[in-house]
Design a protein around this ligand. Structure first.
Ligand code: ZN
Length: 262
């Protein structure tokens, strides 16, 4: 009695997912969101900070920086400033670096305190990791001119896809060995929930300023782009990053064509 089979659990999750995406769609326009900015100029912002004022956030950034530099095989000059945006620049002060990232303290604190819109779980740590992965993905793009983007929206959507793939890998890798093949275990349930929440939150960072230079993709485009990483890594089993990259620009273009309109 009460034993649910795989199909019904899957269906419930699917319905839940759709429900929360609909709810998010109703609200996303009301929430003012910080944006990531691509910047090719050399002028550095002023007012850098030594700390976010929160040791946990500082330590998370420090350890993720090392992991992301290793993963993308890049060197990044990472700075915290007092604002609420993220900025990925092609330039940096040292010769041995591929670009610089500036992260607003307000953005970091806001995201760190985030509760999952669907699960209510604390997803702050994963939001910071995802935002960092998105910015590091931009520096990776700068370091790889063979990745050609027809416009900056494609570049943004591509960075969301890369961030999604990286986070999925990190979540899956952290599942205890005992639960690795137990898809109905609590560990898998937890990462499913976290990923749904991250997807909705990335969607919220979308905008409908289709005409703007700063346009990043609308709610659905960003949510679908972030989700693409999950689908490829977890569902399709694409665990080789170079293989994932192969069609990634084309996929970003397709996602925009499919979703990025009112
Ligand atoms: Zn960006």
């Amino acid at each position: 009695m009460g034993k649910r089979n795989l199909t019904s659990v899957g269906k419930t999750n699917q319905i839940k997912k759709i429900f929360f995406i609909v709810i998010s769609l109703l609200y996303f326009n009301l929430i003012s969101q910080a944006q990531c900015t691509l910047n090719n100029g050399s002028a550095m912002s002023s007012g850098y900070l030594a700390s976010t004022g929160n040791t946990e956030i500082d330590n998370l950034i420090k350890s993720e920086k090392i992991k992301l530099e290793q993963f993308f095989n890049i060197k990044v000059d990472l700075k915290i400033y007092s604002g609420a945006n993220g900025l990925a620049k092609r330039t940096c002060q040292s010769v041995s670096c591929n670009g610089s990232i500036e992260l607003g303290k307000e953005l970091l604190i806001f995201e760190y305190n985030k509760k999952g819109p669907s699960s209510g779980l604390s997803i702050g740590k994963y939001m910071i990791m995802s935002i960092l992965a998105h910015e590091f993905a931009h520096i990776f793009q700068y370091a790889h001119p063979e990745l050609r983007f027809k416009n900056s929206v494609i570049q943004e959507v591509h960075a969301d896809m890369l961030a999604g793939w990286y986070i999925t890998r990190s979540l899956v890798d952290n599942i205890p060995a005992s639960d690795r093949y137990m898809l109905l275990s609590e560990s898998w349930d937890r990462i499913n929930k976290i990923y749904t929440d991250l997807t909705i939150s990335f969607g919220w960072m979308g905008d409908r300023a289709y005409w703007s230079q700063q346009h990043h993709g609308n709610y659905l485009t960003r949510a679908m782009a972030f989700c693409e990483g999950w689908t490829d890594y977890k569902e399709r089993g694409i665990k080789d990053f170079q293989y994932f990259l192969k069609w990634s620009v084309q996929t970003a273009e397709n996602l925009i064509e499919k979703w990025d309109e009112d």
